[in-house]
Design a protein around this ligand. Structure first.
Ligand SMILES: [Zn+2]
Length: 175
């Protein structure tokens, strides 16, 4: 399928009312559209895609604010659907990127903030100053139950005490 955006299009409008005409220039081709045909083109464009004209086996379509060259003999409905589909895919992609970026920014913020002192105190009391896995009482660390990289925060419910050994075993399993 060949439907490509035409980037070098110039349009100029002349006259008024019945004498109105539109000249469209693109890639060395020039189309002059007048009278009734110009009204039709505007209606077609408003409905999805308007055929500006054909030159050397290519058709120039007007869709929204953009022009497209097309070489497959597509009709107006197919051109409009194709452009709509491309815009929709692009929007989905931007939505995905927005979500990923928000998650990463959130993770960066959590990483930058230390676990608050009051959370440390509460977790220490709750876990009785011992590794929650093996009960060890030295080499203790505050651990994020859900890792920061996966959206876990610094709230009390997401912090636990682990010894260095259990923490390494946990990291190995996640990685
Ligand atoms: Zn342990």
């Amino acid at each position: 399928m060949s439907l490509t955006r035409a980037h070098d299009v110039e349009t100029s409008e002349r006259g008024a009312w019945f004498f109105r005409s539109l000249v469209v220039r693109a890639s060395g081709a020039e189309f002059a559209i007048r009278g009734q045909r110009l009204n039709e083109l505007e209606r077609e464009r408003a409905a999805g895609a308007g055929l500006v004209g054909e030159s050397r086996g290519r058709a120039l379509w007007w869709v929204g604010e953009a022009f497209y060259w097309e070489t497959d003999g597509m009709d107006a409905e197919h051109v409009a659907l194709e452009i709509w589909d491309r815009q929709r895919r692009r929007e989905h992609r931007y939505d995905r990127l927005r979500t990923i970026r928000a998650r990463e920014e959130e993770a960066t913020t959590v990483r930058r903030e230390r676990i608050p002192e009051e959370v440390r105190v509460l977790v220490w009391a709750r876990d009785e100053g011992r590794c929650v896995r093996c009960g060890a009482e030295d080499d203790l660390q505050f651990d994020h139950v859900i890792p920061v990289a996966r959206g876990g925060g610094n709230a009390q419910g997401n912090i636990q005490i682990l010894c260095g050994n259990c923490n390494r075993l946990k990291s190995d399993r996640i990685a």
